[in-house]
Structure formats: structure tokens, C-alpha cells
Design a binder for this molecule. Structure first.
Ligand code: MG
Length: 158
């Protein structure tokens, strides 16, 4: 068996009058993430990790923020397109691990739903999709609630 590994990172700014969507789950909060698509940082980090594992570039290449086609796009739909690129090359996902860094709101009640949603799109078992959440201990921009960021690692197998 051959394996490949990839990592991904994303950050989006928090702003009023936007939905907060993480891992495809809409979370009630007074602030949401600003972006051309739905600004789902977790899903974006996972997509970049999948593309990175195969040296296929990054999501900005496939879904440029300058393209009106992706305005307000559902990131889970983009994830399914990235998955197809991986499958077309004969690879499958071994597992994903990820972490969301957010000062607020409490994400723990939403983690299982995120894992189920991501696993559903990628046709994986939820136990292949790790999602963790932490705060930034009030440090830096994330700690000041100016944004939320996410990191992901993906292992591919062939
Ligand atoms: Mg992004």
C-alpha cells in the first residue's frame, strides 16, 4: 500500500450578519464568517489537506474567490468535488484529523454532527473523521474573536 499525507489551514474573519457554518453545520451565534463562499473554515482546511496530499495545489485554484460561480457556495458541495479529484486518481482517504480554533461559541455540542456531515459527503465512517475544537486562550486575533481558523491533516491510501 502507498500512502500520502497532506495538511491544510484556513482562517476567516468573524463579522455580524453572516451565518456561522463549520463542518457543514450551521451554529447559532451573533457573528458569522466572512468569505466568498459560506466561509466554512473547517471544510476548507480539509479540502486543502486532500489536495495537498496529492500536490494538486489549493482550493483557491479550483474555486477562485474572483469567480461569481462560487459566491455563497456550500463548502460541502466543494468538498465532494475535491473528493472526486482524489477518487479519480485512484486514492481513498484513510483518515482525517482536524482542529478548529475558536474563542466562542462552545463547539463541543456540534462536533459529532460535523463529523457525520463530513463523513457523509466523503462516504467515510464517522470514526475516520476527527474534529477537535480548542480556544486560543484569548491570544492573538482568534483569541480576540476577530476570526476562526482550522487545521487539518489527511492520510490517503492506494
Ligand atoms: Mg477559506
Amino acid at each position: 500500500m502507498t500512502i500520502r499525507i497532506g495538511n491544510g489551514y484556513d482562517i476567516h474573519r468573524l463579522t455580524p450578519e453572516r451565518k456561522l457554518i463549520l463542518g457543514g453545520v450551521e451554529i447559532t451565534h451573533e457573528l458569522g464568517l466572512l468569505g466568498h463562499s459560506d466561509a466554512d473554515v473547517l471544510t476548507h482546511a480539509i479540502m486543502d489537506a486532500m489536495l495537498g496530499a496529492l500536490s494538486l495545489g489549493d482550493i483557491g485554484h479550483y474555486f477562485p474567490p474572483t469567480d461569481p460561480k462560487w459566491k455563497g457556495a456550500d463548502s460541502l458541495m466543494l468538498l465532494s468535488q475535491v473528493n472526486q479529484l482524489v477518487l479519480d486518481r485512484g486514492w481513498k482517504i484513510g483518515n482525517i484529523d482536524s482542529v478548529i480554533v475558536a474563542e466562542r461559541p462552545k463547539l463541543k455540542p456540534h462536533i459529532e454532527k460535523m463529523r457525520e456531515k463530513i463523513a457523509g459527503v466523503l462516504q467515510l465512517e464517522p470514526n475516520q473523521v476527527g474534529v477537535k475544537a480548542t480556544t486560543n486562550e484569548k491570544l492573538d486575533a482568534v483569541g480576540r474573536e476577530e476570526g476562526i481558523c482550522a487545521y487539518a491533516v489527511v492520510l490517503l491510501e492506494k
